[in-house]
Each structure stands twice: as structure tokens, then as C-alpha cells.
Design a protein around this ligand. Structure first.
Ligand code: AP5
Ligand code: MG
Length: 193
């Protein structure tokens, strides 16, 4: 099968990071989590990390230009050209979705599938409170979920209009959700001629 270019979508706490680990092992693509990139920058004390920390702790979104630049740089590297990519946490706004389409087009790739992990708000809130990451305060969780509804949920229609969207039920054990996602990817990705 050709290299997979995939986006994983869903509310904060829906299990994108959890499932991405299993999916990259199954499909051999590179996991690109923009949240992980930003947390690594915070830990390294870079200028990006200093700018991003306050935004992340408040539950806000880092600017589109910064995020689009990070993704452009990473997608241009040889490992992704060879193995494909699983994007987790990007795109989150319509500007980022347009940028992703343009970047992939420049690189001669196109998206194969966008999987939306569907989990109700009360369930994701409980999962994040239990996880206890530094931005998992009740205030920041609420802000992130509001921004998700405002800015990211509308992207589901954007992917659907391109025939790329597959929604799976994200309530169940991680193994059950993984099986649903693998089936959805196999159903939706273009089949080789
Ligand atoms: P990001 O790192 O993307 O965090 P997030 O959006 O808050 O999403 P999460 O990582 O919380 O959720 P997840 O779906 O990965 O769930 P997980 O697998 O961990 O972004 C952080 C911040 O960075 C943003 O707020 C923003 O400031 C900035 N940022 C990042 N990307 C950006 C962008 N593109 N533009 C602008 N700003 C950006 O699971 C959650 C918990 O549930 C875990 O404890 C897990 O063990 C548990 N769990 C998982 N699956 C199950 C299951 N099936 N059953 C029970 N528990 C489960
Ligand atoms: Mg995550």
C-alpha cells in the first residue's frame, strides 16, 4: 500500500494521542502531534516554547502562522515523504486546513482520510481531569472545548465535502476504539488501482 497521509480529529481528551501510537505502529507512518511539538519547545525553553506556554496553559490556540510554519517544516522532511504522516492536533482552524491542503499539494501528496473520534463532552472532561496534564485545569479544559466547538468542529464538514471523513464511536476500551479506526481507515482511504 502507498504511504498513508491521515488526520485524526476529535475533542480534547477523545484519545487522539492514545490511538496515534497504535495507528503509527500499524500503518508505519510518522506521528506529528502539534501539541507534543509545543510541549517539547516549552521543555527545551526555546523562544517558541516561551511564547506558547502561556497560551497553552490558558487553553487558547497558538497563532495559525506559527503552527502552519511548524507543520510545513516537519512535512518537508524525508521520513514523512517516505512513510506518510498521522497529523494529531492539526488542522484546528479553517486557515490551518487550507494551509495543510496547500503544503501537501506542494509536496506532491494528498490526504487519504480524516478520522473523527466521537466522545461526549462529559466523558472527555472526566478523562482529562484524571490525566492531570498542566493544561488540564477545569478552566483551561472548558476554554479548549469551547474553542473546539467554535473553530475545529466546523472542519468536519470541510473534510466530509472532500470525501475524507470517517467518524468512529470513541467510547469503549482503547483496543475497541483502535479496531473501529482501522476499519474506518481501510474503508475510506483510496484503494490502489
Ligand atoms: P494538544 O496536545 O493537541 O491537546 P488537546 O487538544 O487538549 O488534546 P489532548 O491531547 O488533551 O487529547 P487527546 O485526544 O490526545 O487525548 P489522549 O489520547 O491524551 O494541544 C495542547 C495545546 O497546544 C492546545 O490547547 C493549544 O494551545 C496548542 N496547540 C496544539 N496544536 C495546535 C494547533 N494546531 N493550533 C493552535 N494551537 C495548538 O487521552 C486523554 C486521556 O484519556 C488520557 O489520560 C488517556 O489515557 C485516556 N483515554 C484515551 N482513550 C481512552 C479510552 N478509550 N477509554 C478511557 N480512557 C481513555
Ligand atoms: Mg493529545
Amino acid at each position: 500500500m502507498p504511504a498513508l497521509h491521515m488526520v485524526i480529529l476529535g475533542r480534547q481528551g477523545s484519545g487522539k494521542g492514545t490511538q496515534s501510537e497504535r495507528l503509527t505502529a500499524a500503518f508505519g507512518c510518522i506521528h506529528l502531534s502539534t501539541g507534543d511539538v509545543l510541549r517539547a519547545a516549552v521543555a527545551a525553553g526555546t523562544e517558541l516554547g516561551r511564547q506558547a506556554k502561556a497560551v497553552m496553559d490558558s487553553g487558547g490556540l497558538v497563532g495559525d502562522d506559527i503552527m502552519n510554519g511548524i507543520v510545513r517544516d516537519r512535512l518537508s522532511r524525508d521520513d514523512i515523504a517516505a512513510g506518510g504522516v498521522l497529523l494529531d492536533g492539526f488542522p484546528r482552524t479553517s486557515d490551518q486546513a487550507d494551509a495543510l491542503e496547500a503544503i501537501l499539494d506542494e509536496l506532491g501528496h494528498s490526504l487519504d482520510v480524516a478520522v473523527n473520534i466521537d466522545v461526549p463532552i462529559d466523558v472527555v472532561t472526566a478523562r482529562m481531569v484524571d490525566r492531570g496534564r498542566s493544561d488540564d485545569t477545569l478552566e483551561a479544559i472548558q476554554r479548549r472545548l469551547e474553542l473546539y466547538e467554535e473553530q475545529t468542529a466546523p472542519l468536519l464538514d470541510w473534510f466530509d465535502a472532500r470525501g475524507l471523513l470517517a467518524t468512529v464511536d470513541g467510547v469503549g476500551t482503547p483496543d475497541e476504539v483502535f479496531e473501529r479506526i482501522v476499519s474506518a481507515v481501510e474503508r475510506t482511504r483510496p484503494q490502489p488501482a
